[in-house]
Design a protein around this ligand. Structure first.
Ligand SMILES: NC(=O)c1ccc[n+]([C@@H]2O[C@H](COP(=O)([O-])OP(=O)(O)OC[C@H]3O[C@@H](n4cnc5c(N)ncnc54)[C@H](O)[C@@H]3O)[C@@H](O)[C@H]2O)c1
Length: 272
């Protein structure tokens, strides 16, 4: 169902890799709600070619950018404002990657060069993106910037590895940069903390199926899907959430406030 919530709004969507990506679902929903945007991803991800399909479907252009590279980001913001014919109303940062996770390194014994790389891709890229948007004064007043995160920033999930630290840093950047963006440009900055979701990045985490099944049983509303996340993001891009900023917002079916659920308890109670 469409409510035209984003009619006339323009933006940039980072991170659509394939149709499972949260950014992919968000692009589809933003398009349905009347928003227009430029799609971007790392040049290496472009080679997989699937993003072209999404661009066609949503009448959007693609500008490759490595989100850790300031020159690429400057080029992206310049071209996007040209293509879209003015300043931006929304930006979605939907990027995450840990080399230590990919290569099976334990949290207690990382390769620190890989730790740096993961931090740059997963967290600093958000700072760099906002730095370029801020410096170029590329956001319209009452615009909205959203990044995606996970609850391992607050609680221990052993196999989430150094991504937990990256997410804590990302959430802090949202608050710190969000202050300046709010004060100087009336732009809001928030993170959405999403349930485990079966995507390329999600499934890269060891024991992901266990994560998903446990969260499903713990959450009174069940796990939030990629489409649920897309819908929440649309609401944050819309004018209905104008003074929501500096927040880490849980889209997790209630998981983050649970201690234990009946279903999880049952698995531990022996039959009398
Ligand atoms: N899947 C989950 O369980 C889950 C849960 C909570 C939060 N998140 C977060 O959601 C976001 C999107 O991930 P997803 O689950 O849709 O997976 P995904 O694998 O579809 O998306 C990750 C994206 O990051 C992009 N990327 C990697 N390095 C990049 C770089 N240098 N420059 C630009 N882009 C780069 C990839 O190409 C890919 O498109 C991530 O921040 C992830 O941590 C995911």
């Amino acid at each position: 169902m469409s409510y035209n919530l984003l009619k006339g709004k323009k933006g940039i969507i980072f991170g659509a890799l394939d149709e499972n990506s949260i950014a992919w679902k968000t692009a589809e929903r933003v398009h349905e709600e009347g928003g227009s945007f430029v799609l971007t991803n790392a040049p290496i991800a472009m080679r997989m070619g699937q993003i072209n399909e999404l661009a066609k479907k949503t009448n959007s252009e693609i500008i490759p950018a490595d989100a850790t590279n300031l020159d690429d980001l400057e080029n992206l913001v310049e071209k996007a404002t040209e293509i879209l014919g003015g300043k931006l109303d929304f930006v979605l940062h939907s990027i995450g990657m840990s080399v230590n996770v990919r290569k099976g390194k334990a949290y207690t014994d990382p390769n620190y060069d890989w730790t740096h790389k993961g931090l740059d891709v997963s967290a600093l890229s958000f700072h760099k993106t906002m730095h370029v948007l801020y410096k170029k004064d590329a956001m319209n007043e009452w615009g909205s910037i959203v990044a995606l995160t996970y609850m391992a920033a607050q609680r221990v999930f052993p196999d989430y590895n150094d991504m937990a630290d990256n997410k804590a840093y990302l959430e802090s950047i949202a608050r710190s940069f969000g202050y300046f963006f709010g004060r100087d440009k009336n732009v809001r900055v928030n993170t959405i903390s999403q349930s485990p979701t079966p995507t390329t990045a999600g499934q890269g985490v060891k024991g992901f199926d266990g994560f998903m099944a446990y969260a499903e049983k713990m959450s009174p509303l069940g796990n939030a899907t990629a489409i649920d996340c897309a819908n929440y993001t649309v609401s944050l891009f819309s004018d209905l959430t104008k003074r929501v900023t500096l927040q880490n917002l849980y889209n997790d079916g209630g998981f983050s406030n649970m201690g234990v659920s009946n279903e999880v308890m049952e698995a531990f109670v022996k039959e009398q």
